[in-house]
Design a protein around this ligand. Structure first.
Ligand SMILES: Cc1ncc(COP(=O)(O)O)c(C=O)c1O
Length: 475
């Protein structure tokens, strides 16, 4: 494609965009149980208007755009209050959970560089249930990840294993509130005590759930303490673009105090251009996500969020009960909020996800680990609560359909993977990708076979396959 020689009429441009949208699953229907957090049309319209009002402003320089500083400090204060910080708590608005996590890791790294220069290879200790963003941060920032097991019954971090994993190179402990995969909160209090006793920083990843959990607590749901009220938690992240229902591009990272946050900030004057002083990763920083987040926090208020949280929790309870009652399916662990996953010993859940997708539903496949089975993930949000009964009905039908269908030959696939591992070569690798149905430059319709092969491969090789695939998929 080339840029058209002459500009097109607005109607034609918008029609082109609408046509692309039609490729997507219809998230507005409430049948997509991941990726999208929909507060309903009226509230979404408020976010949209706020976003476009600040479409052009630039957070790069608060002396030119004091509005951006005001928006950011207001949002940080509101979230710090929700997550029970005190007057010393500080933070920033970032573009998402990954950036918030990346910055918390950078802060820990740079504090260690300043105070413990003898550490050459800094390490962070994290349970296997922690989000991949920590691995990405380690990859970008030169840390080593030390992954510890979780309790396979509860999916909570094993604190003893974290204790055993600490070495003289450890600079950071990590836990989730909750983890994405099974929606359970790690034993934050115990890990915080371990961090204090070991004189380590401790980041709580409340990216997906922090905002929702804070309103659950206000409503009196029984919850463990997970936030800045716990001594020993030195930083925490919470995304507004998830259960804050803001537009994508809005998360908050909070630190216990300014002395720690200082390590996050980057400044550079050694250039012919303007002085660059960036607290977060981005330099030019759009005002839209900040304005959208500011607007929804004010528009819904505590009572608006509480109403949604109550409805979402009620829907989650009905879903968990309903799924547990379907013969052959079982919910993993005891989810603390509105995200959970389920597995099956009777059918292939990847085939079940494909069967549901044919019917217009999206349930997210998650791989097995040495401690847990493959499973399907569900995140309930305000935009999906009205679909609980339909989901349960169609899930029952889809389970029956998978039982009747030809099962995937897992043994054959594992055999092929085993043969490849015994004798790896680029050709064999290509054959393996072909067996999985991975075709360069095409999006797959069905995921079961691909997931089956990826799940059977050791993680480093699965990552190689995926990187090659994306390298071909995009121009
Ligand atoms: C617990 C947790 N942490 C971090 C992230 C990464 O957030 P983002 O996709 O906004 O970068 C997610 C995303 O779902 C998450 O669930």
């Amino acid at each position: 494609m080339r840029i058209p020689k002459e500009g097109l009429p607005k109607e034609q441009v918008m029609a082109g965009l609408q046509a692309y949208k039609s490729y997507d699953l219809d998230w507005k229907s409430g049948r997509v149980w991941a990726y999208v957090y929909n507060p309903g049309d009226e509230t979404a319209q408020v976010v949209r208007e706020a976003f476009t009002l600040f479409l052009t402003e630039n957070g790069l320089d608060p002396t030119v755009f004091p509005s951006m500083l005001k928006l950011e400090t207001d949002i940080v204060r509101m979230v710090a209050n929700l997550l029970r910080g005190d007057e010393r708590s500080v933070g920033h608005v970032t573009t998402g959970g990954t950036e918030s996590i990346m910055l918390a890791v950078k802060t820990a790294r740079d504090k260690a560089r300043a105070e413990q220069p003898h550490i050459r290879q800094p390490e962070m200790v994290l349970p296997q249930t922690a989000h991949a963003a920590f691995h990405k941060a380690a990859h970008y920032l030169g840390l080593r990840t030390v992954v510890t097991p979780f309790d396979p019954r509860t999916f909570r971090a094993e604190v003893g294993a974290m204790r055993d994993a600490i070495t003289e190179n450890t600079i950071l402990l990590v836990a989730s509130a909750p983890c994405y995969s099974q929606g359970v909160i790690d034993p934050i209090g115990e890990i915080a005590a371990l961090a204090q006793e070991s004189n380590l920083l401790f980041h709580v990843d409340a990216c997906v759930g922090g905002i929702h959990l804070a309103f659950m607590r206000q409503l009196g749901y029984p919850l463990p303490d997970f936030d800045l009220s716990v001594a020993g938690v030195t930083s925490i992240s919470a995304d507004l673009h998830k259960y804050g229902y803001a537009a994508k591009g809005a998360s908050v990272v909070l630190y216990r105090d300014k002395a720690l946050r200082r390590y996050q900030i980057f400044s550079c004057t050694d250039t012919t251009a303007y002085t660059l002083i960036n607290p977060t990763v981005l330099s030019s920083k759009g005002g839209g996500p900040l304005a959208g987040a500011w607007a929804i926090l004010h528009y819904l208020g505590e009572s608006g969020y509480q109403r949604m949280v109550r409805e979402v929790q009620e829907a989650t309870r009905r879903l968990i009960d309903g799924i547990s009652a379907i013969d052959g399916l079982r919910v993993l662990g005891k989810p603390d909020m509105c995200m959970f996953s389920f597995a099956s010993d009777a059918i292939n859940v990847y085939q079940l996800a494909d069967e549901m997708k044919k019917r217009g539903w999206y349930l997210q496949g998650q791989f097995s680990t040495a401690l847990s089975p493959r499973n399907l993930h569900i995140s309930v949000n305000q935009g999906t609560v009205h679909q609980v009964d339909s989901l349960l009905r169609e899930l029952r039908q889809a389970v029956d359909a998978v039982r009747r269908a030809e099962p995937l030959d897992s043994e054959y696939i594992q055999g092929e993977v085993g043969r490849f591992l015994a004798n790896p070569s680029p050709e064999a690798f290509a054959q393996l990708a072909a067996l999985a149905g991975i075709q360069s430059d095409q999006l797959p319709d069905e995921m079961a076979l691909i997931n089956e092969v990826l799940d059977a491969l050791p993680d480093p090789l699965a990552n190689e396959v995926l990187i090659d695939y994306f390298n071909d998929l995009y121009v």
